[in-house]
Design a protein around this ligand. Structure first.
Ligand SMILES: Cc1cc2nc3c(=O)[nH]c(=O)nc-3n(C[C@H](O)[C@H](O)[C@H](O)COP(=O)(O)O)c2cc1C
Length: 151
């Protein structure tokens, strides 16, 4: 199985979560995992990739413009028959964030959801991540892999 993790990040917190999820995927047997910042990604990066993992910081309750734009193009050209999982970073005790919107977009595009979205807490706008969130992200990556490998 081939997987791509595309994330946006201004202050590095969502990037750290993306890398930890990537570690979890690799540890659980996904052999080909690319972790890529949205600014360096394009639709072609999704070509022949079975599992899409998409993450964004929460901005005004939703994903960043760059993630939304790339995703809608990727779905249009490469989305058929793919599986997905989504995550975001957000403040503590915020009940809705970027991942809910990403999930709705991918479902509407016809992709199959592997697992419920998860979110990871930042203690302030620039971070840091709440203690333990990177380990939780690695465990989330392992769960994504376990489910995707049997789907
Ligand atoms: C313009 C702006 C709007 C934001 N809106 C929200 C929000 O609606 N809900 C929330 O939980 N966090 C919000 N945040 C905090 C971000 O979630 C936080 O900056 C982000 O998780 C940091 O991720 P990064 O280090 O990967 O850039 C906002 C931050 C900025 C700069």
């Amino acid at each position: 199985m081939r997987a791509i993790i595309v994330y946006d990040s201004k202050h590095g917190n969502t990037e750290r979560i993306a890398e930890a999820i990537g570690k979890g995927l690799r540890e659980s047997g996904v052999s080909f995992v690319t972790v890529i910042w949205v600014n360096k990604a394009c639709e072609d990066d999704f070509h022949d990739i079975d599992l899409w993992v998409i993450g964004s910081p929460t901005r005004w309750g939703g994903p960043t413009f760059k993630i939304r734009t790339l995703l809608s193009n990727a779905i249009r050209y490469e989305g058929k028959g793919r599986r997905f999982a989504v995550f975001d970073t957000r403040y503590e005790k915020v009940h809705s964030g970027a991942s809910e919107r990403l999930r709705a977009t991918l479902k509407k595009g016809g992709l199959a959801e592997v697992i419920e979205p998860d979110h990871f807490v930042v203690m302030g706008g620039n971070g840091p991540l709440k203690e333990g969130e990177e380990s939780r992200a690695e465990a989330y990556g392992k769960r994504i892999a376990e489910r995707a490998l049997i789907m």
